[in-house]
Design a protein around this ligand. Sequence first.
Ligand SMILES: Cc1ncc(COP(=O)(O)O)c(C=O)c1O
Ligand SMILES: N[C@@H](CCCC[NH3+])C(=O)O
Length: 434
Amino acid sequence: MNEQISSNQINSAGHLTIGGVDTLELAQRYGTPLIVYDVAKIKSQIHHFQKVFRDNHVKSAVVYATKAFESLAMFQLANKEHCHFDVVSGGEIYAALAAGVPGKMMIFHGNNKSRAELEMAVRHHLGAIMLDNFHEIDLLNSVLDQMNSKINVMIRLTPGITAETNSYDQTGQVDSKFGFDVQSGQGEDALKQVLHSPRMNLIGIHCHIGSQIFDVTGFEIAAKKMVKFAADWKRKYNFVPKIIDVGGGFGIRYVKSDHPIAPEDFVDAIVKTIKSQAAKQHLPMPAIWIEPGRSIVGPAGYNLYTIGSSKRVPGIKPYVDVDGGMGDNIRPALYHAKYEAVLANDPNAKPVQNVRIAGKYCESGDIMIQNQPLPKIKPGDILAVLDTGAYGYSMAMDYNMNPRPAVVFVENGKSKLVIRRETYADMIRLNQKL
Ligand SMILES: Cc1ncc(COP(=O)(O)O)c(C=O)c1O
Ligand SMILES: N[C@@H](CCCC[NH3+])C(=O)O
């Protein structure tokens, strides 16, 4: 059986369960494709992060990176667990507010925030604006003047670290669209400008080196550099950051060949680095903020599909088709991301074939899994793709006019629909006839 599935996830009927609910029942009740979240797993990961900070006696915030999976229910859940929120658009601010998240719990990221978005952030008293570039410093100053307001800000620095991950997931290298480059002195110029602004209250500095990173060394180097920048700037400008925000990016296991350390162990290493470096540099210990997205929701998500047609050509690896694909999980097509799956109606059955799991979209690249061992299967069987909780639904689309799937939360044997399935009518709701 797949090592990601625990034996208590198989019920007496031999079916896969999630949060104590039979996946076949879920598929029957809500239809497929269906995205299912195990709520206990989400909570437990948040608690593991919080414990690291408690054990190390440092002030902290777990800032959930909303983009990994945004929905009203997720905002509510993370809010209840005392998370802060990394939001990157007016839309995310709107949705978080609609879910009852106070503005002060949100940090507004992004490399091209519009005037309207900045006005919205100021109007709702967001916790901080994460300044990303010089244009934004000017724009925000102008918005604050116009609104006769003040706001907390942080500066996003690009520390010059090329994380070992897919190039689309690197963000901390000098050649990045995000943040102020430190090596060329732009980070320091930004600091001076912000310290001069009477309307901006600089509370901290930030970096984020990338996503789906396995090597803890990159995080330790980034943490060390951040303390060094802070110590230099304290000496030169008497600026002491209240917060060092080290971003997210803690890698998770998708397939057998992935061997990440636990997400909280990355954080423990970062915290210990910042503590020891701050002591060495005589910097008052800042609060440490992290911005995990994938590690909180990724392993908690499962995509359920119904198997339909198969194509078998002698000498060619068979195609087994499911009723979803790149519209509900674009990561394999976009990043060659890998996943594993199990047959939900019989996860213990012995594999007898290696197949490709193909989606139903009109794209040859719509192959969800290139090499999936499967037992004997038949149309109507339910396939569960594992660890799909991050950047799946949040990047979903209705290409080919396939409706986006429903999303369900399960906990303690109970399921709750949190995003209803898109309908055909939903998909044309913005259209105007000639
Ligand atoms: C600024 C920032 N913070 C946090 C995250 C979340 O990253 P991850 O989902 O890998 O934890 C991202 C995405 O890469 C990001 O750009
Ligand atoms: N969407 C990416 C991660 C983006 C991180 C945001 N900066 C992924 O699925 O891996």
